[in-house]
Design a protein around this ligand. Structure first.
Ligand code: ZN
Length: 496
């Protein structure tokens, strides 16, 4: 049967919802084009050498038919390798259980894909690489196998037969990962930099993080995303558990599996501490509030000192929780195993209070944990004194110094090499006079008069300004130092 335009009606009723009505029953086909050129871990890309798809970007979720199977046929060259966790019915023809399954199963097809795999227990972990390999694949495989084993041991089981690491190695600087039920996409670059250990640390770090999401987020899910509804904004308070715990535990298993030594691991904590106290979002928003607002500006910088990073502050809160739990002869790992049993395996959504209750149960000190959550999770209390105390207990000292940058440490002005001001300390005099993005053309540090004379450009105007040196020092540089017996420090950190 052929239909005329007047036989049906369609209209767009909100930013991402289309409605379709017909006068008579029949099969209607919807044809559309999708512009496919976003290369990151959640995007889509199509060129002469690859087709890379994240289906949530362009496949319709039919409101009344959410639970129906969806078949996908893609016209590909015969010699294409395809990386995806979707079950294949025949060549280049796949079937997803339903829309949620499809949107959670990215696909990468290319004749250039490089492949390897390893097994842990009865599960096969597939490694797919698109791009140049500048590292020893056997080394990478044994690193991956070690952290996979550690994570599976911690949770007690891994319920999938297959899991796919789909890794895009790009020629330019890039870093992104997105977790899925049975796979992850990681976009990383420059590919060539992976011959350096510090860059490899980043790739291994994001890979361990994404695998940890197999349990935490993909299966241990907050109520608000069980299931995921793409038609509206998602408000979640559980950012601490979703990304904070994952960031902390991802690195924890790299220490435990021996990929990081104590020194390398402490450098990661040092960076997190530096990042946390270089900004003042924590004075204005709790991690719960920042988690709730996440859909607003995502991971972009946004308004200065307004929000906290659920990753960075979340990881430091997780470190504190782990050290507190360890002192009560439990651990964050054990709390997360209970989260897995009670919520993940049971397929029940959780909320932040459920996590808090489990931490209380494992510490057996209700009042202490309640006040911890009140201060640092629901509240905006300074985490630094607590971090100092908890780390001192395991022989790690946090040192602060203020050397080699007078403009930063005496006047509270952070600038790029080009002179553009990127940050002003809220307690500094400079904060009330200068503005972010002002460009410093010249400055004279007049030490005898305890002031600095600045010539700046703002909106094309040249302004001369004097700023008095403050009594207070700003923006300390943090260093973590193991005082004595690093062996005992390590054994507390890895829970042995
Ligand atoms: Zn994550």
């Amino acid at each position: 049967m052929k239909f005329q335009e007047e036989d049906f009606l369609w209209r767009k009723s909100s930013k991402d919802l289309w409605e379709f009505q017909t006068k008579s029953q029949g099969i209607y086909e919807v044809h559309y084009e999708y512009y496919c050129s976003k290369m990151d871990a959640g995007g889509c890309w199509s060129d002469d050498r690859q087709l890379y798809l994240n289906f949530s970007n362009f496949i319709f979720d039919i409101q009344e038919r959410k639970s129906e199977q969806i078949q996908i046929r893609i016209e590909l060259e015969k010699n294409c390798y395809v990386a995806t966790s979707l079950p294949e019915l025949s060549q280049h023809f796949w079937e997803a259980e339903n829309f949620q399954h499809l949107m959670d199963s990215p696909l990468l097809a290319s004749p250039d894909l490089k492949y390897d795999s390893y097994k842990v227990g009865n599960s096969t972990f597939h490694l797919w690489f698109n791009g140049e390999i500048h590292f020893d694949l056997a080394d990478l495989k044994s690193t991956f196998k070690a952290f996979t084993k550690n994570q599976i041991e911690a949770y007690g089981d891994f319920s999938s037969k297959d899991y796919h690491f789909i890794i895009q190695l790009l020629p330019y600087r890039h870093y992104h990962g997105v977790e899925h039920r049975d796979s992850t996409v990681i976009t990383f670059g420059p590919a060539e930099s992976l011959k350096d250990k510090t860059q490899m640390d980043e790739l291994v770090g994001v890979s361990s993080h994404e695998l940890y999401h197999y349990w935490n987020v993909c299966r241990i899910r907050p109520k608000g995303i069980l299931p995921y509804d793409l038609s509206k904004e998602v408000y979640l308070e559980e950012g601490l558990v979703m990304e904070g715990v994952t960031t902390y535990m991802g690195d924890h298993y790299l220490l435990k599996s021996g990929y990081f030594n104590l020194e390398e691991y402490l450098l990661i904590l040092q960076k997190q501490i530096q990042k946390e106290f270089d900004s003042f979002g924590w004075q204005h928003q709790s991690i719960v509030q920042s988690s709730f607002d996440l859909w607003l500006d995502g991971y972009k910088a946004g308004i200065p000192e307004k929000k906290v990073s659920i990753y960075n502050r979340g990881a430091l809160i997780s470190l504190c929780l782990d050290l507190i739990l360890t002192s009560f002869e439990s651990s964050l790992e054990k709390v997360m195993k209970d989260m897995w049993i009670q919520f993940g395996k049971a397929e029940i959504g959780y909320c932040l209070k459920d996590f808090e209750k489990l931490v209380i149960l494992h510490s057996r000190d209700k009042a202490f944990i309640k006040s911890f959550f009140q201060n640092f999770v629901y509240g905006e209390k300074d985490l630094l004194p607590l971090l100092k105390n908890l780390l001192a207990d395991i022989n790690i000292e946090i040192l602060e110094n203020f050397e080699n940058n007078d403009l930063l440490h005496f006047f509270g002005i952070r600038k790029e090499d080009s002179g553009i001001i990127t940050q002003l300390h809220p307690d500094s005099e400079a904060y009330t006079i200068l503005m972010k993005n002002d460009r410093i053309l010249e400055y004279v540090d007049n030490t005898t008069a305890d002031q600095v004379n600045l010539k700046i450009e703002r909106l094309g105007k040249i302004i001369n300004i004097n700023i008095i040196k403050s009594q207070k020092m700003f923006f300390p540089k943090f260093t973590l130092l193991t005082k004595k017996n690093p062996k005992s420090t390590l054994s507390v950190l890895i829970g042995k």
